[in-house]
Design a protein around this ligand. Sequence first.
Ligand code: ZN
Length: 305
Amino acid sequence: MKKIISILTAGALLFSLSACGKKSNDNTIKIAYLPITHSLAVLETADELSEQTGLKVELVKYGSWNELMDALNSGRVDGASVLIELAMKSKEQGIGLKAVALGHKDGNVLIASNDITDASELKGKTIAIPHRQSSHNILLNDALVSAGLTIDDVNITELAPTEMPSALAGGQIDGYCVAEPFGAKAVSLGAGKVLFTSEELWEDSLCCGLVLTDRFIEKRENDAKIFVESYKQAGKSLTKEKALETAEKYLNQDKDVLELSLQWISYDDLDITEEDYAVLTEKVKSYGLSENPPSYADFVKNNFE
Ligand code: ZN
């Protein structure tokens, strides 16, 4: 009897191994994302890719950056549209990842309550960011520096993006910087206003990146190449009208909020240049996000064979 059970178990194991083997060779690419305007290029790619190439993007939606990073770091997905600083931190900690494109250009705002008129009035206030490892943290630091302040002059709190507009409306926080459309939402509600757009603080700022695991790139380099090329094309195709259409399909937000938000962002040039990455790493170091960010050569992959 025991023998039969062990044979059955071995059979089940073999079956599941062959099922796994089959899955890794199929034509699906699993990409993690958060429902924000910053991930529209990958959402658009998912729509376009299968029509053009037969490759299929399986979109895996997460509710927070921590959950998404857990999936990426443990290899449950092949890649993600993610805050580039979070991916840099993982790379620094030994996770095999490459940034292959930007998520978007510009597209962030620093929101303040309506009574705050300039950056100097942020002193002593409570400001929310989504994560310490974010360009939102960097942009807040940039805004404070512009007024002769530092991060020590404000109270920082980490909140989920969806909670920020209501926290501002309820007076628990005095301002925030976060992925869109949650800045536009506060403006639309009348709860706050744009104190700075990202380009006023940091020209050609980086924020989200499209990241792929080394494992995926090594096993399926040709698929990775096709995917990244298609992704950059999808970014170019995202006119304001097309972006609005894709955002309405995936983000479950009011049209007026999306229209306002999409005025601040672009997707037509998603290459990560060495020059822009150098500015990012300098800011990451000077604002204390990381002492040892990965080098451009180790972390950014622009060319596929
Ligand atoms: Zn972003």
